[in-house]
Write a protein that binds this ligand. Structure first.
Ligand code: ATP
Ligand code: MG
Length: 359
């Protein structure tokens, strides 16, 4: 004879309380049935207040979590992992959560929330920038190898064209020349940012925003651009050209995503600047940083690209080369900063975080 469910349950629940990680037990509908002591501390609420709450509400109603929750509870993802932020005493704390489906048990699923300590996040950022740097280097080596023979191919096609009698054959040499030029353009973009020496000047970041705004408005007249600047932002020392290119790449992506979505809703891009304090960068924390954001109301970054969007040659567009964000990340990292994004359908934000005291 088995034990009554309630007895087994109370034993399980007590042992959850001994854990230092926050654990929530959920019902079929994704509502909290139990939260251990660590969970009460993390969310600064009593056990009673946790009970019956839709769990996504504890994470500020995160849309991505809410959308994936039913499938996660039914085990469609195996164990679903997602990184999020929770508000703890007025601060946003990065956390990593895992939803474990508990099929055929008293609760539908278990949700574990781990606070990502800064060193864990820093390690992740460092690892990512190392991977990107290695990838970029091998691509650059490849590009150098391609560049010289490409010049030879183009030159030979030109000579051949001069020798050809009939116009009908010119069509072929023209294809060779045009394709060689297209490849050369790609190769040049791959090689371009190699010079690590920055042309540093002191300037106001809004000069960049305004210039990019003018360019983007001319290129994408159907999109509404909103400027939301923090006028108190202090001047920055850096390579203005490169930072402008990085910002322009982000704005172009947003505009292209809007253009290609074909949605009837009014396409809108906000250029926003803010001062940020205690922000996490690639390899350290910045006391004071300037955050330049591009926010669009387009369809969002395709989920399949989320993890590799900053890698070179990764693109979701038929006509894209996949270099825009890789370059933007490289240029911003040369300034000790980082490019990050947050994306759900209807709201995508790409931001460059630039520290004000640079190493
Ligand atoms: N704001 C955005 N909304 C939706 N998807 C985006 C957005 N920004 C970037 N992406 C996705 O990220 C991909 C990579 O962007 P990236 O700028 O690196 O390359 P690309 O735009 O495809 O090509 P390139 O910039 O070299 O012309 C894009 O193809 C697109 O799928
Ligand atoms: Mg791009």
């Amino acid at each position: 004879m088995g034990r009554p469910a309630s007895e087994g349950a109370s034993m399980d629940l007590d042992s959850y309380d001994l854990l230092s990680t926050a654990v929530l037990l959920l019902d079929e509908a994704g509502c909290v049935q139990h939260g251990n002591t660590a969970a009460q501390e993390l969310f600064s609420v009593s056990r009673r207040q946790l009970l019956g709450q839709p769990v996504d509400r504890l994470f500020g109603g995160d849309a991505e979590l809410a959308a994936r929750l039913p499938d996660a509870i039914h085990g469609k993802f195996g164990v679903l992992r997602q990184d999020l932020s929770v508000e703890r005493r007025g601060d946003m704390v990065p956390v990593s959560l895992a939803i474990v489906p508990l099929q055929k048990q008293e609760w539908a699923a278990l949700l574990e929330v781990r606070v990502l300590e800064h060193h864990v996040l820093l390690d992740r950022h460092r690892q990512l920038s190392k991977e990107l740097a290695t990838q970029r280097e091998s691509l650059r080596n490849l590009a150098h190898e391609v560049k010289n023979p490409l010049g030879g191919i183009r030159g030979a096609a030109q000579l051949l064209e001069a020798e050809l009698g009939t116009d009908a054959l010119h069509e072929y040499t023209q294809v060779i020349i045009a394709e060689a030029d297209r490849l050369a353009g790609l190769v040049d973009r791959l090689i371009a940012p190699q010079g690590a020496t920055l042309k540093k000047t002191r300037f106001n970041i809004h000069e960049i925003c305004e210039r990019v705004h003018t360019l983007a408005r001319a290129e994408f007249p159907r999109i509404t651009f909103i400027r939301d600047y923090d006028a108190s932002a202090p001047e920055l020392v850096g390579d203005k050209e490169r930072l402008m290119q990085a910002f322009l790449n982000m704005v172009r992506n947003a505009a292209q995503a809007l253009d290609e979505s074909g949605s009837t809703a009014s396409a809108q891009i906000t250029l926003r600047t803010r001062i940020g304090r205690q922000l996490l960068l690639a390899s350290r924390q910045a006391k004071l940083a300037i955050v330049m954001s591009v926010i669009d109301n387009g369809p969002g970054v395709p989920a399949a690209l989320h993890d590799k969007i900053f890698h070179p040659l990764v693109t979701g567009r038929a006509s894209g080369t996949g270099l825009g964000l890789s370059l933007a990340q490289e240029f911003v990292q040369q300034h000790g900063g980082i490019v990050e994004f947050d994306s759900v359908p209807g709201r995508t934000e790409f931001k460059m975080v630039l520290p004000l005291e640079q190493t």
